[in-house]
Every structure is written in C-alpha cells, then in structure tokens.
Ligand binder design. Structure first.
Ligand SMILES: NC(=O)CC[C@H](N)C(=O)O
Length: 254
C-alpha cells in the first residue's frame, strides 16, 4: 500500500511543492494540507505515515523564524503531534520547519520547560543562499541519514540558521546522545553558512524519528537541480533524495 506523507502548509510556507515532489520520488503519496484543516479536525495526522514541515517564512518570521507556527502547532495540535512522534513515525522539518520543531520543543526533545537549544540569526547577519556540503554523523540515532556514507551536496537559504545552546554542557549532551545528525563540511564561513557550533546542520530526537535541518534536501532530488549538472559526470539523482527514501522505507517498516 502506498504511504501517505502529510506536507504541512501554513501562511508563508513556500517549499511545500518541492517537499511533495521529494516524497513522491521517494515512493510516498504526498498531500499538502493546511494547518487549519488539521486543527479543525477534518484531516487527521494519525492517518499519515510521514510528516514534513517544509521551509519558508511562516507567519512572516515574526517574533523569530518558526516561532508563531510552533506556538500554533503546540496549542492546536500538540497532543496529536506528540502521539505521532511517540509512535515512532518519521517527522522531518526543513529550514523553517526545523525552526518550528526546535521552537515547539520537539527538537532536540523531549519537550522541556526551559529550552536549551534554539536557532538564531546567522553569524554573518545576513540571509545565506548557496550550495553546501554536509556530512552525516555516523554515530547519530537519526533514521533519515542511515546508510549515507559520503558527504552530500544540497542548498541552504536562511537568515536564522545558527544553533545557539544554553551552555557547553548542552552541546556535549547533544553530541554524547547522538542527536547531531548532520554537519557542514567545514568549520569556517561560507562552508558553515551560519556559524553553528560544532558545524551542526541538523539535529534529531533521541528516538531518531524526528529530524530537523537547515539545508534543503528537497531541492536536491533531481540531477539538473545541481548547479554544475552540465559540467560534471551525469548524476542519477540529487543527493537529498536519500533522506526521503530512508524516511519512506522506515515508515513502511512500522
Ligand atoms: N528557507 C527557509 O525556510 C528560510 C527560513 C527562515 N525564514 C529564515 O530565513 O531563516
């Protein structure tokens, strides 16, 4: 049976069709659903195998990117979301979606009273838009990066992608618990586009079924999306597709 992926829509989210294409290429059936349809109960999150919170500028990035959509989700759909995560179903938040998951307390999770981790303005003080190299962390618990052994190339496009942690102990805890899923391949700007400590590009939860990342794997699924596609040996597909395929494969195994 074909697995259904829920691609969340909300005011200002703009990469939902890209995320839908990535899910489709990975073998799932994407449905782009507005947050209000879920909140009013006409659509149930529990009927889906996979949840994607795409990138964009939800609610105009007011009060900090992802903040208002996080508040919206927690207040209107908090229990459903927590159940979805507890059931082990895959959730991926991309860029603005990552910011939403962090600000909702779902990453690194479990929800805590006082957040230890947040995402804030890039060290450069400006919006950063370019392709970057990412290395999956082999010791991570993340199900989305399993089996990806080589660095991957995907684009970034964000203004608030720098991980900020409460203290060094929090950072050490993220590392020790296998919650760092992806790193930028290079410490210095522009390889590390936002100045995140430990080159962190993506975090997962302790169960490994929730991944948030600043880069956009959904924009690196087709060979010709790569900026050098005419100048390098022909690719079969974009590097980012592996992440979606892993999610679909895992969801099918549940
Ligand atoms: N592409 C995105 O999702 C951008 C996220 C957010 N609006 C930022 O600028 O940081």
């Amino acid at each position: 049976m074909e697995l259904k992926a829920l691609i969340l829509r909300a005011p200002g989210i703009n990469r939902d069709t890209d995320a839908a294409l990535a899910c489709e290429l990975a073998g799932a059936r994407p449905e782009r659903i507005h947050v209000n349809r879920l909140a009013e109960g006409s659509i149930r999150l529990a009927d889906y195998a996979l949840l994607v919170i795409p990138g964009g500028f939800s609610y105009g990035d007011h009060l900090g990117a992802g903040h208002l959509l996080a508040v919206d989700l927690i207040h209107r759909l908090g229990e459903e979301l927590e159940r979805f995560v507890a059931d082990g179903r895959p959730v991926i938040g991309i860029c603005n979606g990552f910011q939403v998951l962090v600000k909702a307390g779902l990453l690194p999770g479990p929800p805590r009273q006082s957040p230890q981790v947040t995402l804030t303005t890039n060290e450069s003080g400006q919006f950063e838009c370019r392709w970057v190299h990412l290395e999956p962390v082999p010791t991570s618990r993340c199900l989305f990066t399993r089996g990806i052994e080589q660095p991957i190339e995907v684009p970034v496009a964000h203004g608030e992608g720098r991980i900020a942690v409460r203290d060094e102990a929090t950072l050490a805890e993220l590392e020790a618990n296998g919650l760092v899923a992806l790193r930028y391949l290079g410490e210095e700007y522009p390889a590390n586009p936002n100045g995140s400590p430990h080159r962190i590009a993506g975090l997962c939860n302790a169960q490994g079924n929730v991944l948030g990342l600043m880069p956009h794997p959904e924009n690196a699924v087709l060979p010709h999306q790569h900026p050098r596609w005419t100048r390098e040996p022909v690719r079969r597909e974009g590097d980012g597709l592996q992440i979606f395929r892993n999610a679909v494969r895992y969801a099918a195994s549940l």
